[in-house]
Design a binder for this molecule. Structure first.
Ligand SMILES: Cc1cc2nc3c(=O)[nH]c(=O)nc-3n(C[C@H](O)[C@H](O)[C@H](O)COP(=O)(O)O)c2cc1C
Length: 503
């Protein structure tokens, strides 16, 4: 196209002193340009008759101020800004919607300016995306990078307009959409409180309200609701954004889903409360059992008191004590208490069968180790071996606790619960402590018997397998006219005591 046939491009050149300006002189020489130079104040008076304004930023001219004023009055007029390539000016120019930014960058700059002026005018009315010189592209990329970083950040980012009534959202990023399930269309223009619901902590909402009213930063964690109604723990950080005159124009908010951490914290708190409850309960139970044990005058007293106390305690349902009766190769029930009341006889366990393989009670008797049985198959064995004690459906776990004092096993304490997961390791520790206290009390009573006995013959000898489960010796009565018995005090290397008390 031959420019000379077209009307010239009317240029207004705003500079401190246009006549001495090498850029102005180059523009002036262009046959298709009709350039007039003014000081910046005068430029504004003539803008109406221009096709393009070129502003030289520098001494005496605030290029950005001129650009902003022109924009206010003539939003579509091309404005080219000339200035130092310091990054800051270009950024401000972009923010003020410059058409072209041409940096002072060496000898080619005037020629380059001519090209950019032609290009700005040819582009017609200014669109919202300023055309930048090659040199300024780095600045634009920085902007785009920031924009992408915000858009693609892994946390929700929201911006509200504090100058509009009720502080509505004017921007949300992709992560906010993913986090909440609400789209941009459903969100923009609304106050962010639409995420709150019944479970949102009013204290946290008040903290946000007060901080926003005071134009201060705030961080809270509260329950919010996704679009599908699901709740999540939202860590919300809000900060005011101020303009050059320190007025708060916007708020920026960051939303982070902290549900996993919050649930772990809450579970820890619940666990602490459970532990505190357990400790209080154990303390009470141990105190009660100990005072019963101290008052007991016979082994039968001890056993029934222990069973009564344990069965009365939540979550225990039923408990009994099985004591070896080796003269009949049986573990016989000597005390029981709780929700069921089977005949003692049905609780007995025959030791002649190879029951150690199948009954956890016999196994505890053999190994002197406590067990908690909650596996349904193992439970079925106990229920099957102890018919009519508990129904399969009711019994969720059984603990078998040896009653051992030093090397002497006095029996097995069996505790049943109908509560799922109630008999855990901690409960087993409590029951083991009770088992030891019971065995100690039984031992003390047995020793008392020895002290009041008319005669005690103690034989020490070593024998293998004498006290296996099939041994007839444990505490065996000898005669009805005397309270005379043989008592074993060890398992392999043993003592026998012959205790006789004449009636
Ligand atoms: C930028 C910004 C982001 C916000 N993000 C959330 C949010 O994610 N969840 C929320 O419950 N409240 C959020 N709020 C707070 C609410 O919008 C509102 O300020 C709060 O509920 C207190 O005001 P109100 O008592 O009038 O509801 C945000 C506020 C601002 C300004």
């Amino acid at each position: 196209m031959n420019r000379n046939l077209d009307p010239p491009i009317r240029l207004l050149y705003a500079a401190d002193s246009a006549e001495d300006d090498e850029f102005y002189r180059v523009l002036e020489r262009q046959p298709d340009f009709s350039a007039v130079g003014f000081s910046h104040e005068k430029t504004l008076d003539h803008v109406i008759s221009a096709d393009c304004v070129v502003v030289r930023h520098g001494t005496g001219v605030d290029g950005i101020a001129v650009l902003e004023t022109v924009r206010e009055r003539y939003p579509d007029l091309p404005v080219v800004l000339l200035g130092p390539d310091d990054g800051v000016l270009a950024s401000r120019a972009i923010a003020a919607n410059v058409s072209e930014f041409v940096p002072f960058a060496g000898e080619d700059s005037p020629t380059y300016l001519v090209e950019r002026v032609r290009s700005a005018v040819a582009a017609g009315p200014r669109d919202n995306c300023p055309q930048l010189s090659i040199e300024a592209i780095g600045v634009r990329e920085k902007f785009q990078l920031k924009e992408r970083a915000i858009e693609e950040a892994p946390v929700g980012i929201t911006i509200s307009d504090a100058e509009q009534p009720d502080n509505p959202l004017i921007y949300i990023n992709d992560a906010f959409e993913k986090l909440t399930g609400y789209t941009k269309e459903e969100t923009i223009g609304r106050n962010c409180r639409f995420l709150q619901g019944d479970e949102s902590d009013p204290g946290a909402v008040a903290a946000m309200r007060e901080a926003i009213d005071r134009e201060e930063s705030v961080s809270v964690e509260l329950v919010n609701y996704r679009k599908n109604g699901e709740t999540f723990w939202n860590e919300v950080d809000i900060a005011p954004v101020r303009n050059e005159t320190s007025e708060t124009t916007n708020f920026v908010g960051f939303q982070t889903d902290v549900t996993a951490r919050k649930e772990a914290e809450l579970e820890l708190k619940r666990e602490q409360q459970r532990l505190e409850h357990l400790l209080t309960r154990i303390e009470g139970l141990l105190q009660d059992v100990h005072s019963d044990l101290v008052q007991a005058v016979s082994r039968a007293d001890v056993e029934s008191a222990v069973c009564e106390r344990i069965a009365a305690e939540d979550p225990y349902e039923f408990c009994w004590i099985g004591v070896p009766d080796l003269s009949h190769d049986t573990i016989v029930a000597t005390a029981q208490a709780g929700a069921w009341s089977p005949d003692n006889a049905v609780l007995d366990i025959d030791l002649t069968t190879d029951s150690a393989d199948i009954s956890p009670i016999v196994e505890t008797y053999e190994t002197e180790c406590a067990q908690v049985i909650d596996d349904p198959n193992d439970l079925a064995v106990i229920v099957e071996n102890v018919p009519s004690t508990v129904g399969d459906a009711d019994c969720k776990a059984v603990a078998t606790i040896p009653l051992v004092y030093r090397e002497t096993l006095y029996g097995v304490l069996i505790v049943c619960t109908t509560e799922e997961d109630a008999l855990n390791e901690r409960e087993a520790v409590v029951l083991e402590a009770l088992g030891r206290a019971t065995a100690t009390a039984i031992n003390a009573l047995e020793r008392e018997r020895i002290i009041v006995a008319d005669s005690v013959v103690e034989l020490d000898f070593e024998m293998r397998d004498l006290f296996s489960s099939t041994s007839p010796l444990d505490t065996a009565p000898m005669s009805s006219t005397t309270d005379r018995s043989i008592e074993r005090t060890g398992r392999c290397s043993c003592s026998l005591r012959l205790i006789s008390i004449w009636h």
